[in-house]
Design a protein around this ligand. Structure first.
Ligand code: UD1
Ligand code: MG
Length: 465
């Protein structure tokens, strides 16, 4: 952090109703690549400010105080009367001696911290009371236009869309909604902003004219339109911003050694970690705290949420939620790991295998049409086609424990609570209601116990794999 940034208080405006989102969720809590919009603004604020960001909220956006309690202070704007009124509310909650205030909009999430640092330095270097960020946009509709003196040198005022004359609305230079202020000047003048006669709102950009009255400079930092300063007011702009961010995320992963067969269809949250030599096939969605180990291939159509996948795995057109998968596992096509599943090294899950809250020890095979819930399956156990843990008795869930090297014949119903010892076997179609000791065979409906036949003799017809 440079010396010039030591006294900066970052203020983030997030009290607006966000009516153009047409949503019951506060605008700044809408997600971009898996994180709320406001999280990105706070990242930038933390990088350049030396104080905890001060976020302005209103009763309608009070949910943000819970979501961000650990990383911001909050100021209440009881009625959102406009951005100047929001800053007034922030100053009422801020220490009086603040020398510099950086104002950020909660709805401009992709803002680059380097631009903020430049904005702060520019204000100091030019001894301005206020610096703004301006961008020339192909489509400036909806945004505040920067009106300059005839020679183009001086910023005279900023005109909002609602208030502009047709001539003013022709201007393509817009105000990005990000400002650095001399703290003491801001405190003196914020109360002098008059409401717009058109909308009745107190506009923060009206301070440009108050600075002119005081014969103090307002300097504009003009930056290229690279998409990072786009404000999000509606869902279409939300989708545009998500596209920009997704493209940047994918680019960074590819440069660190991830193959994306078609990056335009790889949907990877900002929070996901991918090791080198991961391969993402088309139409893959990776969400939340997901981590994928080196050399793992995620096949087309897979969706993985909050799941850790080890090295050299293959996940093929499957859905994995809140689970853990060790190294060299193969899953799919069309498997479903539901929450709290843990799959041991080198296990194989195949067509329509569903697992919930269960541990499959290394080398388990579960290839076809099966459901394992609330269970532990020991090493190298084989789950025959159509096998199901009947874990729910209509009222309660019960557990199933299956030992090592157990052979579950096709269409075995394991009626929990139940335990099967190591090397036990079940016959095809058996309904197992009682525990099976190690090495025993359970057969029939309901299953009865027998000694298994000696190796090499004919087994029950349960090997329909
Ligand atoms: C604002 C600027 C506009 C700029 C644009 C850039 C004003 C009057 N206009 O317009 O010049 O081009 O941003 O994106 O400032 N907010 C409050 N309290 C309020 C009103 C708004 O905290 O009473 C917050 C909102 O939650 C939002 C931010 O301020 O995060 C900006 O408000 P918004 O209504 O989106 O302003 P824009 O119309 O986008
Ligand atoms: Mg806006």
């Amino acid at each position: 952090m440079s010396q010039s940034q030591r006294s900066v208080l970052p203020v983030v405006l997030a009290a607006g109703l966000g009516t153009r989102m047409k949503s019951s969720t506060p605008k700044v809590l809408h997600q971009l690549c898996g994180r709320p919009m406001l999280a990105y603004v706070l990242d930038a604020a933390e990088e350049v400010g030396h104080r905890r960001p001060l976020v302005v909220y209103s009763p309608a956006t009070a949910a943000i105080t819970e979501v961000f309690a650990d990383r911001a202070d909050f100021a209440l704007q009881s009625t959102p009367l406009g951005t100047a009124d929001a800053v007034r509310a922030a100053l009422a909650a801020a220490p009086t001696e603040i020398a510099e205030v950086l104002v950020l909009s909660g709805d401009v999430p992709l803002v680059d911290p380097d631009v903020l640092a430049e904005l702060i330095d520019l204000r100091r270097a030019r001894d301005a009371v206020m610096t703004i960020v301006s961008v020339r946009m192909i489509d400036p509709a909806g945004l505040g236009r920067v009106v300059r003196s005839d020679d183009g040198g001086q910023v005279l005022r900023i005109v909002e869309q609602k208030d502009g004359t047709p001539e003013e609305l022709e201007i393509d230079e817009i105000n990005a909604g990000i400002y650095a202020f001399d703290g003491q000047w801001l405190r003196r003048r914020i109360g002098d902003v008059k409401p717009s006669p058109v909308s009745n709102e107190f506009y923060l950009p009206a301070l440009v004219e108050l600075a002119a009255e005081d014969k103090r400079a307002v300097i504009s930092l003009e930056v290229e339109d690279d998409g990072t300063l786009a404000g999000i007011n509606d869902r279409s702009q939300l989708a545009d911003a998500e596209f920009e961010l997704r493209t940047a995320i994918n680019e960074a992963h590819m440069l660190s050694g991830v193959t994306m067969v078609d990056p335009s269809t790889a949907y990877v949250d900002a929070t996901v970690e991918l090791a080198s030599d991961v391969i993402l096939e088309p139409n893959v969605i990776l969400r939340g705290s997901t981590r994928i180990g080196a050399g793992t291939r995620i096949g087309a159509g897979s969706q993985i949420v909050d799941t850790i996948v080890g090295r050299d795995c293959l996940v093929w057109a499957s859905i994995l939620e809140c689970s853990e998968v060790e190294d060299e596992v193969q899953i799919g096509p069309f498997s479903h790991l539901r929450p709290k599943s843990s799959i041991g090294r080198n296990a194989r899950l195949g067509n329509f295998a569903e697992v919930k809250a269960s541990r499959l020890e290394p080398g388990v095979q579960q290839h076809h049409f099966s459901y394992i819930g609330d269970a532990v399956l020991g090493e190298k156990t084989n789950v025959g086609a159509g096998t199901i843990t009947c874990n729910f008795d209509g009222t309660q869930k019960h557990k199933t424990k299956v030992g090592k090297r157990v052979f579950l014949g096709s269409s075995t119903m394991l009626v929990a609570p139940l335990q099967l010892g190591d090397d036990a076997r079940t016959g095809a179609g058996s309904v197992v209601t009682k525990d099976v000791p190690a090495g025993m065979l359970a057969l029939g409906v309901p299953a009865r116990l027998r000694e298994p036949r000696k190796p090499g003799t004919k087994l029950p017809p349960d090997k329909a794999e």
